[in-house]
Design a protein around this ligand. Structure first.
Ligand code: AMP
Ligand code: MG
Length: 487
């Protein structure tokens, strides 16, 4: 059996060293009977880790923080956050730990993080635990996002702990080993600002610049440039979410990264029948985080980031606010440019199609999809088939296809590039009914359906025989889907 030293997991403890004010050194709970459920072998290779080592008994203990490589200082990170609009000054990792940072084979610094590793001083009323279903869910959905080229935290492993966790029912416990380019959030800056320690705020911003937005360092005002870089990254990220029909579900400021990676897959889901008002989260009663609200909420969260950073922008508050507003004012344009160019790609529209032709065409299509409650994902693949001459499948998406027929004629006249469409429109996404079915089986001990779903969604654009059910919309009897926060 290999020992941790032989496993050669070299972890830095940079965050713990640089930000003791934001770090509480803490240990993961001991799992009574750890059992590896999923290991992400390509990601392990990226990190320079040997999958066979990680599968060993010692490797599994490493993955859940029950054996610490030399030099590791696991910490619970402090952060604040606006949750559903209301400010919580002290959230922090209630059930998570930053194990440390690892330098990957490309020389990039990545966080290794645990979710479900036991109560920390930030746990409040929570039990500090996580269960198998939601951790597999984060693994599946984050890997689907990665496969579609959308910036995201990654999932290295899910290990069942052997502990029973009390939820509505008694459920098997698990720890997710998560990899991120960092865990700096808007809420990290809100927390740092609220301490009143301006040197802490400045050091945190400096580290975000070095780690995520190094080009900002050379700007006339690096902190304004940092804010501009985060604004641009989030505008582009949320545009990508919208284009694939992803609904994050809980876009609190503690769940928005400075890196521009999607983070914290809780009640997230992909839209099926197209409707901008769609909400899946059981706790989002007012629809604050509905599909169509996501760009507006991202902008709102960025305004909270600007408030936290204000003292770094300028000594005079009024001038600081002017600088913040100047950057914030670019968000809508950045977002709509990213979204429009993505939507043009989905429709195969060549770059010489002018906006006054493309924009109304796109808007009319979305109205048709909404009126017809058409399955968003499969429609774009069907459209490519229609462009190749077989329109029946796309037409059958509509109860009354007459308006669509007229639209189709206008679109085809623009000579869309059909092959390029199939490179941006996924066939396989983690559809809600498939995810639920897979998680139910996994909770009962059968990982087969999870593996099969992962196989489909990690090659999302490649239509393969035998995988038809992974491309199909939910059966009618699946009903109104609701998601629950991943606790
Ligand atoms: P999330 O909704 O996962 O982003 O979590 C929001 C906050 O609640 C964070 O501070 C989490 O660490 C904390 N939290 C969520 N679930 C638990 C739990 N079961 N035990 C302790 N803290 C939790
Ligand atoms: Mg969170």
């Amino acid at each position: 059996m290999s020992t941790p030293a032989q496993l050669d997991l070299r972890l830095d403890n940079r965050f713990a060293r640089d930000f003791p004010e934001l770090s509480i050194p803490w240990q993961a709970d001991t799992a009574p009977d750890p059992r590896l459920l999923l290991l992400n072998e390509p990601l392990a290779a990226e990190l320079g880790l040997d999958p066979a080592d990680l599968r060993s008994a010692d490797g599994q203990l490493l993955l859940i923080g029950n054996r610490l490589p030399e030099g590791a200082t696991p910490v619970a990170q402090a952060y604040a956050g606006h949750q559903f609009g209301g400010y919580s000054p002290r959230l922090g990792d209630g059930r998570a730990l930053l194990l440390g940072e690892i330098t990957d084979v490309d020389g990039r610094l990545r966080d290794i993080h645990l979710k479900g590793s036991g109560r920390t001083p930030f746990a409040r009323a929570g039990d500090g635990l996580a269960v198998v279903g939601p951790m597999l869910r984060e693994y599946i959905v984050s890997e689907a996002m990665y496969a579609m080229g959308i910036p995201t935290t990654r999932s290295l492993a899910v290990v069942a702990t052997g502990r029973t966790v009390h939820r509505d029912a008694l459920l098997p416990g698990a720890v997710l080993t998560r990899v991120a380019s960092s865990h700096l959030r808007v809420g990290s800056f809100q927390y740092a600002r609220a301490t009143g320690d301006s040197s802490l705020l400045r050091r945190l911003a400096d580290s975000a610049i070095v780690r995520h937005h190094p080009e900002a360092a050379a700007a006339e005002n690096p902190y304004v440039a940092l804010f501009a870089a985060v604004t641009a990254a989030q505008a582009s990220l949320v545009a990508e979410w919208m284009l694939v029909g992803f609904i994050h579900g809980v876009m609190n400021t503690d769940n928005m990264t400075i890196s521009g990676e999607t983070i914290d897959y809780g009640p997230c889901a992909f839209i099926e029948a197209f409707d901008p008002a769609t909400v899946y989260s059981s706790i989002d009663h007012a629809g604050r985080y509905a599909y169509a609200n996501q760009p507006v909420i991202a902008e709102w969260n960025l305004a909270r980031l600007a408030e936290a950073l204000l003292p770094l922008f300028h000594d005079e508050q009024e001038q600081a606010i002017d600088l913040a507003m100047g950057v914030l004012g670019t968000f809508r344009r950045l977002y709509s440019d990213a979204w429009s160019s993505g939507m043009r790609a989905k429709l195969g529209l060549q770059s010489d199609v002018p906006a006054d032709i493309a924009d109304p065409l796109i808007n009319e299509l979305l109205s048709l999809l909404q009126e017809g409650r058409v399955d968003y994902t499969s429609f774009f693949r069907r459209l490519a088939v229609a462009a190749r001459g077989q329109a029946e499948l796309a037409r059958s998406s509509f109860t009354d296809p007459s308006a669509f027929d007229a639209w189709l004629e206008r679109w085809r006249a623009l000579q869309p590039d059909v092959d390029s469409m199939d490179r941006v429109n996924p066939v396989y996404i983690p559809r809600n009914h498939l995810v639920e079915e897979a998680l139910e089986a996994a909770t009962a001990g059968d990982l087969g359906p999870v593996q099969a779903l992962l196989d489909a969604i990690t090659r999302p654009y490649e239509e393969r025989p035998g995988l038809e059910r992974y491309a199909a919309a939910a059966p009618d009897d699946f009903g109104n889907y609701q998601t629950f926060c991943g606790t």
